[in-house]
Write a protein that binds this ligand. Structure first.
Ligand SMILES: Cc1ncc(COP(=O)(O)O)c(C=O)c1O
Length: 428
């Protein structure tokens, strides 16, 4: 996608509520003109569940999720994860009518002007926030980060070539497993010896790898690279799975050949994957048998070779706007450091809880901690859930608890959690 489409502001009025009101009025007038509704009443939109969805509706009601009056609870889910509330409110309005178009965001053709404007703004904000140079392609794909595990080697690895992988958790293990189907792989380092509780200090690369792949944040184990791996062999490009910390801090895109991330932690809903790739690599990639699995297909067609995940791209655009309003990636980093500090400081002072990650490798996104007793951990998670702290149960491979505090997680939620932890500890 390039900047050739009209800016979204040409199509979406700044005050969307005003836009919706105009839309409703014009529908009324159109209806009256056609003599369809002499009373001038707009057609009723059913607020309840669609036919056939009563069982689901009842279930949701039971757990409180469809009660619109209910206030939101603290969502520590590792992903899909909390999104900025203002983004959700704006999306809610635009589900019925995107600005004053009279057509909801999910109902617009991806070839139409309104959606083209959304996609163009998503790309341009993405470029602006991360300082992505022109010689990099920005792609909105599907298949999650998991498809990138195999798409990357499929495009760049051949049986006579080697790709190096830094093994720092379950996601990098999954990534290297996929690569083995296409060529040789070399594990340049691994922290498996201590259940991935740290980021190795160094790596030992193979002679001439095509690329070096690493996972910048290990969602399950609560560890994060402080900076990119260094001393990458000449000729190799750096590829990064940044699914769980993308846009949580400034990024020097020039250091990378490729960055990819499923959206569902820091960028939007699941179903859309952001890929940032050097254009010369896109051009040099091999021609895989499947057209859809070639990066060039998506780059040549501005991510619209097939129907793209339109709602996901739209929500990503809103999240990008939100990040910009917050002050960009540098501000995100400050917020994230401040939030994580509050939690780690308490955990370090606690006699009951302890963190599982080595201090120098701790993640700002996923804070993993245990009591040392599985029974106690379970009791804590249960009590926390009942008190409105959701998603704190740790991944089974670490146990204990995990608080995921991505960009959109509010600092008040961290303060509330710390108070809850203190009270639990004090209760003995
Ligand atoms: C670091 C990381 N990589 C990859 C994945 C897999 O992503 P997806 O479900 O989008 O395929 C996840 C999911 O949680 C993740 O945290």
């Amino acid at each position: 996608m390039s900047g050739k489409f009209g800016a979204i502001t040409e199509i979406l009025p700044l005050d969307l509520r005003l836009g919706c009101r105009i839309f409703r009025l014009s529908r009324l007038r159109a209806g009256a003109r056609r003599g369809l509704r002499p009373t001038g009443r707009p057609p009723r939109i059913q607020a309840g569940p669609a036919a056939g969805s009563h069982t689901l509706h009842r279930k949701l009601q039971k757990i409180g999720e469809s009660d619109h009056k209910m206030s939101r609870i603290w969502n520590f889910s590792a992903g899909p994860a909390v999104l900025p509330e203002t983004v959700l409110q704006e999306a809610r309005e635009n589900l019925l009518s995107l600005g004053n178009t009279g057509i909801g965001i999910c109902e617009h053709s991806h070839r139409g002007k309104p959606f083209m404007a959304v996609a163009a703004e998503a790309e341009s904000l993405c470029r602006e926030l991360a300082g992505i140079p022109d010689d990099y392609a920005v792609l909105f794909l599907q298949g999650g980060a998991s498809l990138q595990f195999s798409m990357l080697p499929q495009n760049f690895l051949t049986p006579d070539k080697t790709a190096d992988y830094l093994i720092t958790g379950m996601w990098s293990e999954k990534a290297v497993k996929e690569a083995k189907a296409f060529g040789r792989t070399h594990e340049a380092c691994s922290s498996k010896d201590r259940n991935f509780s740290y980021i190795p200090d160094s790596a030992s690369y193979s002679d001439a790898p095509v690329y070096v792949h690493f996972t910048s944040n290990n969602t399950i184990f609560g560890t994060q690279f402080r900076a990119e791996p260094t001393a990458i062999p000449a000729g190799a490009f750096l590829a990064c799975d940044a699914s769980s910390d993308i846009f949580s801090r400034p990024i020097d895109v020039r250091k990378y050949g490729m960055i990819y991330a499923g959206a569902q932690k820091n960028l939007g809903p699941s179903g859309v994957t952001l890929v940032i790739m050097r254009k010369d690599l896109v051009a040099a990639a091999s021609r895989t048998p499947a057209t859809m699995l070639q990066y060039r297909t998506h780059a040549d067609n501005e991510s619209m070779y097939n129907t793209p995940p339109t709602f996901g791209i739209y929500l990503m655009m809103l999240v990008f706007r939100w990040i910009k309003q917050q002050g960009g990636l540098a501000a995100m980093q400050q917020h994230n450091e401040a939030k994580a500090r509050v939690l780690y400081d308490y955990l370090d002072s606690s006699a009951l809880f302890r963190t599982t990650a080595r201090p120098d490798s701790r993640s700002l996104m996923n804070v993993t901690f245990v009591t040392g007793s599985e029974e106690r951990d379970n009791a804590f998670v249960k009590k926390a859930e009942a008190a409105g702290f959701s998603g704190l149960k740790g991944h089974r491979s670490v146990g204990g608890m995990r608080a995921s505090i991505y960009n959109a997680f509010p600092p008040e939620g961290v303060t509330a959690l710390v108070q809850f932890l203190k009270d639990f500890e004090a209760a003995g």
